[in-house]
Each structure stands twice: as structure tokens, then as C-alpha cells.
Design a protein around this ligand. Sequence first.
Ligand code: NI
Length: 227
Amino acid sequence: MLIIIENLLAADDVRTFRDRLVDASWRDGADTAGSRSVAVKRNLQLPREDGLARELGDAILRKLGQHSEFLSASLAEKIWPPVFNLYQDGGHYGTHTDAALMRLTEANLTLRSDLSATVFLSDPRYYDGGELVIEEQFGAQPVKLEAGDAVLYPSSSLHQVMPVTRGQRICAITWIQSAVADTSARALLYDLDQSIRALTPGRAKDDPEINRLIHVYHNLLRRWAHV
Ligand code: NI
């Protein structure tokens, strides 16, 4: 399941992000790729310890943490500090799968990647190519979003970034460990939660049917969550 989160970052924030990122200390992204990925990865990346990457990464984490749809869809338990990357001059990232276990020794963080999130920071009118193509149950889905929008997709999916043939594509990526590891169980909980949210307005605060649905939601979450 792909979930598009529109306007995670407001237009002004995205512009500030971009202005600051253009002159950042970009490095070859191959430095951080696994041995199989290095052959297919051609992009630039900000080092994890870079001050700007940390500052903007924290800002993205705050936005995600306040976003009800993200929280409902991800049931996030742990989240990786966002990584910033830049594609230009034909830069691309061929078909790959994200590492299942990620370790960040300095932060004492070990994370099982259940979900990957890409936050688009470049205006799609100013670059060609650069689609994030995600292989899903129903075929390959190309994703190219407005600046400030994000896509959430299963880390278990094969995916690639198509070559950027004009302009620059800057994105932030993060990985999430969900309290509910099973993708289909998480999708059911998300659907149920979205339906409850849609039904609630206009109903009495003590509406018994809504209360029962909330009861079912929490008991399924209790059954499936591991924290
Ligand atoms: Ni990836």
C-alpha cells in the first residue's frame, strides 16, 4: 500500500529547505550503499553528521510526529534520522530493496525497516525523470510528487529512482519501524481508523456504534502490536 501525504511541509518551509540545501556539503551517495546497492546507486547525499542535515531532519521528524494520517498509517515505533539526497546529471538509483535491519551505533538505535518514506523537496516542474518507481502487488507505480509531499511505502518492496535528465531532484528519506510489523494487518487498522474518522463528525460524542468501532480498533491493535 502506498500512502501519499500531501503538504507535509508547507510551501514556505520547502523553499527554505531547498535554499539551504543547494549549497550543502553533498558527498557521493555510494559511500553509504551496501555492497549490492553500490553498483546501482548514483546520487549525492548529505553525511549523517552534517549539521544542516540534522537540523532539517529534526524538522521533518517533528512534522511527521504531528501528522495524524502518518501516525495512523505507520503506527511508528521508531524512526530513522532523515537522509537527504540529490540526483542530477542522469543520477539514479537502480532497482534495490532497503536493508531490513538498520543500526545507528552512535544513537544506540536498531530499527527494522517496515516502511520507507520519501519527502519530495524539489518542484517537479524543474526537473525531468526522477520518478520513484515502487513495485507493488498490482504492478510498478511511478511516484513523483509536489514539493512538500511525501510517500509512505513498504520497505519490503523493490523500488528504484529513474534517471534525472534535467534539473535537480532533492529528497529526504526515512525508515520506520512500526508497532505492527505485518503490512496487511497495518493496512486493515489504517482503513478502520480512516473510516472511524470519516464517520465521527456529525455523530454524538457517546455514539454507541462509533464507540464499538473504536473498541474493535484498539483490540485489534492490542492483538497485533509488538512494542
Ligand atoms: Ni531504497
